[in-house]
Design a protein around this ligand. Structure first.
Ligand code: NAD
Length: 435
């Protein structure tokens, strides 16, 4: 446990589900990796300074007429971290824990994620401090529309393209698209991704992150010379990313030993009937009433003996405290930031191959990019085309990162940062510094 308080931690990262141990907040974790990658790249000092700072940070006050007739004022943020390679891309979250620092860290993360899979996007993120579980649909609609209007000068298919994140979904994306379009006086579908398929969304988007995790895991198994058939997989989190990863990995012949949700997990050393588990969750929402397997806690689940561990729930679940007890050979980071910076070296020393979040879960933003391309072209692809193109991008990105790791004798994580920072830095150099 750290005793030193990082300035960002002091500035308001809180002790709850989005929180990081002191000294392990997301911006610090990310910057620790950034510095290491920048060092290996010999990145010039000026560019380091540029890439350590967000381009633009917007704070808006959002008055909303509540159902009881009172006016409440909420605070919203939108941060464009870097747009050298293209429009800012990144989700909007509605949560009481949102802070400007967190949004800034997540916007930086999106910059590297888009670059590692070579999308022509920069990185951005947005958030509104609110508790959506206490708001009616009508209140949420007014909040979403007024927030959109507040940040409208930055939004646009060529400048800043939001997407769903924590507690936002395709319904809110539809309201953002509509509000923006009303102001522009014509329909602009490409201003936001993660929309309903009926109004410019892409087929395959819902499954894209899990599909990307499956593809990355398959490539990692090949790299390690391990068979795909019978590979033993443990998945933490059974939401969008975790459940789809588990389903698609099982389809490839892998054996899913354990899965979990917020209340704990289920475990069968012979392999779970994943279709049965999915059907159970569809009906009962949670895993806890599933009786055809043993129960494990979320902490125990991480330490199960397996070939592949997929943390697909929360940040910072693998820390220096438990990293030494992880018995997987490969970790595929479905979640954003599941491994603390301190845990990285412990996992590396143990010879565990970590497919870093910015690569492992980039399938989602890749299909968001496909959605934007389809909206702009006004021509929509079938699901097979989406999946084939996603596969191609995930495989080539994995190989580029693996080869960077091999050439420089660094971990896949540092290699992923090196690939992305190098791509962003190259564009800055070519464009020249308007300083
Ligand atoms: P989700 O809300 O659909 O699912 C989250 C799952 O985690 C649920 O099963 C929930 O019960 C479980 N969970 C919550 N608290 C837990 C705890 N304390 N221990 C274990 N499990 C717990 O969310 P999601 O969209 O699947 O996202 C999961 C992670 O993947 C997040 O870090 C998210 O930022 C990241 N991610 C998601 C996407 C995407 O396209 N959905 C893309 C990139 C990254």
């Amino acid at each position: 446990m750290h005793t030193q308080t990082h300035p960002v931690a002091k500035a308001g990262i809180r002790p709850d589900k989005h929180t990081f141990l002191v000294g392990e907040n997301p911006f610090e974790s990310m910057m620790a990796r950034f510095d290491e990658a920048a060092h290996h790249l010999n990145l010039e000092v000026g560019l380091r300074k540029v890439l350590r700072n967000p381009e633009k940070q917007i704070i808006v006050s959002i008055p909303v007429l509540m159902d009881n007739g009172e006016v409440e004022v909420f605070t919203g943020y939108r941060v464009l971290y870097n747009t050298a390679r293209g429009p800012g891309k990144g989700g909007i979250r509605f949560d009481m824990q949102v802070t400007q620092d967190e949004v800034k860290a997540l916007a930086a993360w999106m910059t590297w994620k888009c670059a590692v899979v070579n999308l022509p996007f920069g990185g951005a993120k947005g958030g509104v401090v609110c508790d959506p579980s206490k708001m009616s649909m009508a209140e949420l609609e007014r909040l979403t529309r007024r927030y959109t209007s507040g940040i409208i000068d930055t939004l646009g298919p060529d400048s800043d393209v939001p997407a769903p994140d924590v507690n936002t979904n395709e319904r809110m994306m539809a309201w953002i698209m509509d509000t923006y379009s009303m102001h522009k006086r014509h329909t602009v579908t490409a201003v936001v991704t993660g929309k309903p398929v009926a109004m410019g969304g892409s087929l395959g988007r819902r499954e894209a992150t899990g599909r990307g995790c499956m593809i990355a895991t398959r490539e990692a198994l090949k790299l390690k010379g391990m068979p795909i058939e019978g590979t033993r997989v443990v998945v933490q989190g059974f939401g969008n990313v975790g459940s789809i990863s588990a389903e698609l990995m099982a389809e490839q012949g892998m054996k899913i030993l354990a899965v979990s949700d917020k209340d704990g997990g289920i475990y069968d050393p012979k392999g779970l009937d994943i279709k049965g588990v999915l059907a159970h969750v569809k009906e009962h929402k949670y895993l806890k009433s599933y009786t055809k397997a043993d129960r494990v806690t979320n902490a125990e689940l991480l330490e199960l003996e397996c070939d592949v561990l997929v943390p697909a729930a929360l940040e910072n679940v693998i820390t220096e405290e438990n990293a030494g007890r992880i018995r997987a050979k490969i970790i595929c980071e479905g979640a954003n930031g599941p491994t603390s910076a301190d845990a990285d070296s412990i996992l590396n020393d143990a010879g565990i191959l970590v497919i870093p979040d910015i690569l492992a879960n980039a399938g989602g933003v890749t299909v968001s990019y496909f959605e934007w391309v389809q909206d702009r072209g006004g021509y929509f692809w079938d699901e097979e085309t989406v999946n084939t193109r996603l596969e191609k991008i995930m495989v080539s990105s994995f190989q580029e990162v693996a080869s960077m790791a091999q050439r420089n004798n660094v971990s896949m994580r540092i290699a992923a940062y090196m690939v992305s920072i190098d791509r962003v830095a190259t564009v800055h150099r070519l464009r020249g510094m308007y300083a």
